[in-house]
Design a protein. Sequence first.
Length: 239
Amino acid sequence: MRTGKLVVLAALVLIFGLTGSADAGVYIKMLNHTDAMNVMGQSSPARDDTTVLWMSGDMGYQDHGTEGVTIFRGDKQMIYLVSPETKSYVEVSLDPNAPPAAANPMAAMMGTPTVTVTPTDETKKIGDWDAKKYVVSIAMGPMKMTNDHWATEDINIDAEKYQALSSGMMMQLPGFAEAMKELYKIKGMVVESKGVVNIMGTEVGNWTKVLESAEKDPPEGIFDIPEGYEKVDMLRPGR
């Protein structure tokens, strides 16, 4: 995927971390929409992507479709960013004492992120879920986002594990892990979100909604790196 799309996607999904326990298998299907954009002379059409999430115990799997796959392994203190297109993957350690990862070219561009979560008293019913509204603002270098998120505590999912799974590549940015702590003000899983991303003065609308949620066993081997995939220091643009 294009680097800009990766930044937008990762920043949008990082707000889905929540509370509860994921000892039983949990399956979630989400629909993500991004409006058409034209940034620095590069145009992208509007797009809709489906994200599929599986979590079980201390393991997680998130398939972003054309955006690639993220695997969370709490037992190994590791996140894997996987590219089915290039049959390669990158390791991101969750161990605070691990040596720093290879230099990430996004780091210099994005700088230290700032995250602000403002809880509100607004509530509404979304599907079968009782949801509460949170206003989330994120600033990272030339990109600023403001989103209204509706979160429910009716879905059984683990907060810290999902935060790490959803934010894999962004965890490499300086100060990102610290900024993520603000997101724990969100109680429950975000089942509906709508907002605007401002990229160097260009505003791009987006929305996300959960289509399905169920407790069931994940497919066998889904939390493992596929056989034959090559470990690399960095996924190339286009992942």
